[in-house]
Structures are given as structure tokens and as C-alpha cells.
Write a protein that binds this ligand. Structure first.
Ligand code: GMT
Length: 385
């Protein structure tokens, strides 16, 4: 198959998943992959394959436009690619703007190229559901040949918001490349020379991630520790200075380290002991899976798709969103009980590899591609953990 993959390739979890699907489709299934976007997937440079190409979308700036029209430029350039490379199928990540651009490109090209879209969350729950965007999102969902959601939570939300009948959207869970995330990764001892207990948070520090709760929870955990606690923050974002101020106010700034954006985060995660993820909304929570895959239990909010990823009491603990006291209580259970922590480490790594297995999930996508191309797609079954 000749497949075009549309995405914001540098964007968090969706960028990683989109790239890994393309890479696996090229290497394991022998398909020809064309990534299309403003920037190449960030792992492309390290894992080169002659079955993978990147096509940069060029924007035309013009004083009359308030913003360069990315969606139109993408649709126009993609329509050329469809004809030139005889593309069979477009896999868009995010309904907006990518599914819309794919449908427009198909119309312009006049080719019977199939359109598959994967929903990642805020494209539906925040942007797509907004009255300004609802009709166009609904149109895209209905016109695509297949739509997948990264959790049952997101699938059901989408069905409810847009009145999409059950069976049109299929849940296909996210997965990770086990080469980058596994419990055997060498720990970064130089980052933790005193063998402190490391709490970790990974996000873009936006409000939706409740980053101030990360500081509050860590503060609660660090009151009666068996050993010194440290908090590592991976990622950058708009609430960093508020987090720093809160840490200073609570007198824990010495224990909190902002590590910024790093490329190879597997070994850093593997050097930690507990991931803190208090998000108010999370369609899946790829960082939770990254942590579990490295054998790190997760303390997460019971929000969105997180309960489908983190097994409460087995691979970590869930707490009601915003309930810092409950989070601290559950976190202390783990910190003060090394046997429980070790058992959870093992269960987390096993659950990650069994339920979110890269090969199995890539085959699910491949079967979906085959079914839309042969016109055999009849309906879909929801995934279950
Ligand atoms: O929410 C983000 O910080 C980024 C966004 C993205 O594009 O990666 O995350 C969404 O997609 C991820 C991959 O499917 C999911 O793991 C995240 O849960 C989802 N974010 C939200 O639903 C808020």
C-alpha cells in the first residue's frame, strides 16, 4: 500500500504514535509511507528507511491573511501527492484540521483514495465540540472511510457529542516502541547519585494537566518519607513559573527539578520510582504507558481514558481528579511499602507489553487499512482491557 500520514509530527503523544505506526507499516508490512506535515517526525532522523518519505507542507504568507492557511496548503499539496505517488490511503491524526484536509485533497485529486482518521482527544472534546467547529468536525467524521479513537472513553464521547452511531468508530489503543521504553533500560545514576526516591511528571504543563496538583501532591508525599524525595518534571509549558512559585511557597523548591524537553526520555523514566499524572482530561495518557512500560507505577487521576491504561491497585493507583489528599494517601501507601512498589513495578511492565503490544496494535491498523481498501469494513468492536 502507499499511505500518506498527516500529523503535527512534533506534537506529544500523537506525534510519537503516528510516527511509530508509519515506521512499523514500512518495516513490518512493507508499505510505502509518506509523512506529510510542517515538520518531519522527530525520530525520523534516527531510524531511516527507504520506504519512508517526508513531504514538507509549504505555507504561503500574505499580508491579507491573518494566519497562513495551513489546512488549505496541506489539502492542495496532498492532492498533488495523491496523483503523483498514487496514494491508496490517507491516515490523518486529529479530525481537525487533518481529516478535513484529507477529504478536500481526495475531492481535488479525483482519485478514490481512502481516508482513515485517528482521534486523539482535544480535537474532539475541546476544539471539535466547540460550536465554531462542530459542523465541520461532524462532517469529517461522517465522510471518512474509517475512524479510530485511542480509548473507549474517547470513542463514546465522540459518539455522544456528534450523534455518531455505534460501530462507525473503532477503538485502537496507543502503543509504544519497546526499544525505547522497557524496564531493562540503563538507569541514569548520575541524575540520582544519592539514590533518592524519584517522583516524575511528564507533560506540556498546560492547565488540562493540573500541574499545580503535581507540586501539591509531591509536597504531601514528601512529609514523612522513608528516604529523600525528589520531583523531576519532564517537558515545558505555560504553567512552569506558577509551579516554581508554588514549590517555593511550600518550601520544596530544592527538591524539584525542571528538566525541560529531552529527546531520549526512556532512561530518565526508568530511573524514576513513581509517575504523577493528575490531569483533568486525558483521552489515553501516553506518558502513563511510557512509565508502566519502564516498570514505573503510576499515580493518576480517574479521568478520561486513564482508567483503561492504569489498572487501579495493580499498575498504580487512581484518585478522583483534583483530590490531592486522596492522591497523597495512595502515593504514601506505595512509598512506605517497598514490597507493594516492587510488585507494582512488575505488573506495570507486564500490563504495558501485553495490553498495548506494538505488533498486535500495528496489525489492528493494518487490518483496518485492508478492510477499507477492499470495501469490506462493516462495523467495529470496542477494545476492552
Ligand atoms: O494533550 C496533550 O498534551 C497532547 C496530545 C497529543 O497530541 O499528543 O495528547 C492527546 O493525544 C495523546 C496520544 O493519543 C493522548 O495520550 C493524550 O491523552 C491526549 N491528550 C488529551 O486528551 C488531553
Amino acid at each position: 500500500m502507499k499511505i500518506a500520514i498527516l500529523n503535527y509530527h512534533r506534537m506529544g503523544g500523537s506525534g510519537i504514535v503516528a510516527y511509530e505506526i508509519g515506521r512499523a507499516m514500512a518495516e513490518k508490512m512493507g508499505h510505502m509511507i509518506h509523512f506529510v506535515g510542517l515538520e518531519p517526525p522527530f525520530r525520523l532522523g534516527t531510524q531511516y528507511s527507504d520506504r519512508i518519505k517526508f513531504h514538507k507542507v509549504w505555507l504561503k504568507d500574505y499580508p491579507v491573511f491573518n494566519y497562513p492557511p495551513y489546512t488549505l496548503a496541506l489539502a492542495s499539496q496532498l492532492s498533488e501527492l495523491i496523483v503523483k505517488c498514487n496514494i491508496d490511503l490517507i491516515h490523518s491524526h486529529y479530525a481537525l484540521p487533518h481529516a478535513v484536509a484529507a477529504l478536500l485533497a481526495r475531492d481535488i485529486s479525483g482519485h478514490d483514495v481512502k481516508c482513515v482518521t485517528t482521534l486523539h482527544g482535544t480535537d474532539i472534546t475541546v476544539v471539535g465540540a466547540h460550536p465554531a467547529m462542530k459542523n465541520i468536525t461532524c462532517h469529517a467524521l461522517k465522510k471518512c472511510d474509517a475512524v479510530t479513537a485511542v480509548s473507549n472513553y474517547l470513542r463514546k464521547e465522540t459518539e455522544d457529542i456528534f450523534g455518531i452511531p455505534e460501530g462507525k468508530i473503532q477503538t485502537i489503543y496507543n502503543f509504544l516502541n519497546p526499544d525505547f521504553f522497557n524496564p531493562g533500560l540503563e538507569k541514569r545514576d548520575q541524575l540520582n547519585p544519592k539514590n533518592d526516591f524519584i517522583c516524575l511528571h511528564i507533560s506540556n504543563l498546560r492547565k488540562v494537566k493540573r500541574p499545580l496538583d503535581v507540586i501539591r501532591i509531591f509536597h504531601g508525599l514528601s512529609v514523612r518519607p522513608p528516604r529523600t524525595l525528589k520531583l523531576w518534571i519532564l517537558g515545558e509549558g505555560p504553567m512552569q513559573s506558577e509551579m516554581m512559585n508554588l514549590a517555593a511557597t511550600l518550601g520544596i523548591e530544592e527538591q524539584v527539578e525542571f528538566m525541560g524537553i529531552r529527546t531520549n526520555i526512556g532512561p530518565i523514566i526508568a530511573s524514576a520510582n513513581l509517575l504523577i499524572m493528575p490531569s483533568m482530561e486525558e483521552s489515553f495518557g501516553l506518558s502513563a504507558l511510557e512509565a508502566m512500560a519502564c516498570g514505573v507505577p503510576v499515580l493518576a487521576a480517574h479521568a478520561g481514558g486513564l482508567p483503561e491504561v492504569v489498572k487501579d491497585g495493580q499498575t498504580g493507583f487512581l484518585f478522583p481528579t483534583g483530590d490531592v489528599r486522596a492522591a497523597v494517601e495512595r502515593g504514601l501507601q506505595l512509598i512506605q511499602n517497598p514490597n507493594l512498589l516492587n510488585a507494582m513495578r512488575e505488573m506495570a511492565a507486564k500490563h504495558a507489553v501485553e495490553t498495548f503490544n506494538m505488533d498486535a496494535i500495528v496489525h489492528q491498523y493494518n487490518r483496518l487499512y485492508e478492510s477499507v481498501l477492499t470495501g469490506k469494513r462493516k462495523g467495529a468492536q470496542p477494545s476492552s482491557t
